[in-house]
Design a binder for this molecule. Structure first.
Ligand code: GRG
Length: 299
């Protein structure tokens, strides 16, 4: 029987949403309206792909444990923070996100900045709480905190975002575009897969295979995002499209054309799948299915 990816994603999305609902302060709790703004953006309907990658990578090394959920959910908080800040007028200036007005449109810029900050801070608090500490203990937990910090920092998504914003309207070659995509989007996706391996007690060979997989799907994911900006339907994608060209932003379709961009994303996904061969096939079905979903997705 073929792997039921939709069922797999749906079940884990529900687990992640339940965890997020437990850890986020009630919308009605003081001080207003910060918790409402955090919940507004978190529960606007994200795919939870990054959290699911953490869970799937842990499963790939033989760890199916509900104590991984706080870590997976922490990554979704970080991802949502990055979207809230990315939408701000000083950044990408987007009015819509996840099919609804973006956080600053609903709550104002100051609250949106604070909500993003609060989501990032809450993520680290979640990582340091009992279920995960209990599962991984001492030294491995330090490695996990380092992994998350590096993926979010100036050598990861903030680095990519900095170069992306400052390159607008300038000539960007393939190497620089790759740098932007690998850091802005790829770093967090790579970290998700590595984190799953780390909590699951992966051997160094397994962790290397997961890293190689994560790097390839991370870049493929952003190439696909560029392609959706050209070809996607706004209602389905849930954000404003056709922005890259209008804003003078470098993109894969802009640089290589649509067909070559699609071929490049496909090539990366095939390579990602090949890296999984060093892990037991029965445990990597989900990672393989997620890799091919990345280039088929319509949102
Ligand atoms: C630190 C001030 C400050 C800002 C940070 C780092 C950053 C701003 C933004 C990150 C860059 C970014 C938003 C990259 C785009 C990544 C991307 C393709 C997002 C969409 O991901 P999906 O499709 O979204 O998984 P859902 O809604 O499904 O979760």
């Amino acid at each position: 029987m073929s792997f039921d990816l939709q069922g797999y994603l749906q079940e884990r999305r529900r687990w992640v949403d339940e965890t997020l609902d437990q850890v986020l302060p009630p919308a009605s709790s003081y001080p207003f309206p910060i918790h409402e703004a955090m919940r507004y953006s978190v529960f606007a309907g994200g795919k939870r792909l990054r959290a699911i990658l953490v869970l799937a990578a842990a499963e790939a090394v033989g760890c199916r444990d509900s104590r991984v959920l706080p870590l997976a959910s922490a990554i979704e908080l970080i991802h949502t923070y990055s979207l809230v800040h990315d939408d701000l007028p000083a950044m990408d200036n987007s009015d819509y996100r996840r099919g609804q007005p973006s956080c600053h449109k609903e709550f104002g810029e100051a609250v949106a900045i604070l909500a993003g900050d609060a989501l990032l801070t809450l993520a680290f608090s979640l990582i340091a709480q009992e279920p995960l500490v209990d599962l991984v203990k001492g030294k491995r937990l330090t490695g996990i905190v380092q992994e998350v910090s590096q993926a979010c920092g100036t050598k990861g998504l903030i680095g990519g975002q900095t170069v992306d914003i400052l390159s607008q309207g300038k000539k960007v070659d393939h190497d620089l575009l790759r740098y932007i995509h690998v850091h802005k989007t790829g770093a967090l996706i790579r970290a998700c897969v590595r984190l799953g391996g780390m909590v699951g007690g992966a051997s160094s060979r397994q962790l290397q295979a997961l890293t190689d997989y994560g790097e390839r799907i991370g870049l493929a994911f952003q190439i696909m995002d560029d392609i959706l900006d050209v070809e996607g339907e706004e209602e389905r994608v849930g954000k404003e499209l056709r922005k890259d060209e209008a804003k003078g932003k470098a993109s894969y379709p802009g640089l290589l054309g649509l067909e070559r961009s699609k071929r490049e994303a496909k090539r990366l996904v095939e390579e990602a799948m090949a890296t999984l061969s060093s892990l037991p096939a029965e445990r990597t079905e989900a990672l393989a299915a997620i890799a091919s979903y990345i280039i088929q997705r319509r949102n």
